[in-house]
Design a protein around this ligand. Structure first.
Ligand code: SF4
Length: 187
């Protein structure tokens, strides 16, 4: 992990409860992150960060430093961070080959009511097209059980995922945990 947490506050996410009383999002120093990566054995890395692209300046420096390290890695990112700017291209050049993406729901009402507003109005197909063009496999994250879901939500969501070439998918059941946050979805 080279970052902790996330600057967003989606209602269904574990994050706000987990980081209660602490800072919601911070990054390692780039030099320290690169030195740690360099110390790790093998070629493959799995970044467990909730939002690997959450800090643009950090990401630019990290991926620039990773170019030439001959690593292959996977991570997690939000829809908006994949569409914005060219950070995803820099990540792919640094060795990104698979990414967990928080699509969460195909229903705008669900996005609004769960405070996942950064996904509202964004073109999910543009996300899958961009990742496919970079040769990055997609692990799509979806949450079932939001207020605007109906009985068809399962087949509709799975059909969309298959139709858009999602490589693997994670389907979460929205579940209340003690406290004010629910379900362990991220990005
Ligand atoms: S679901 Fe993703 S974007 Fe939303 S708060 Fe959690 S980590 Fe951040």
């Amino acid at each position: 992990m080279v970052t902790r947490g996330c600057p967003q506050h989606c209602d269904f996410c574990y994050k706000d409860a987990f980081f209660q009383g602490g800072r919601g999002f911070y990054t390692q120093r780039v030099d320290d992150a690169l030195a740690e990566i360099d110390r790790l054995p093998g070629r493959h890395l799995y970044f467990l960060d909730d939002r690997l692209l959450g800090d643009r300046r950090f990401g630019q420096s990290l991926f620039a430093g990773m170019r030439g390290m001959r690593r292959l890695f996977q991570g997690a990112a939000t829809v908006d961070s994949i569409l914005r700017g060219d950070l995803i291209e820099r990540a792919a050049e640094a060795g990104l080959r698979r990414i967990f993406v928080g699509f969460e729901t195909l229903n705008p009402g669900n996005l609004a009511s769960s405070n996942k507003r950064q996904n509202l109005g964004l073109d999910y197909k543009a996300v899958t097209d961009r990742l496919h063009s970079l040769g990055v496999m997609i692990n799509g994250s979806f949450v079932f059980g939001m207020d605007d879901d109906d009985q068809d939500v399962f087949s509709r969501t799975v059909d969309w995922a298959i139709g858009h070439g999602i490589t693997t998918a994670t389907f979460h059941i929205q579940t209340p945990y003690p406290g004010d946050s629910i379900v362990c979805a991220h990005a």
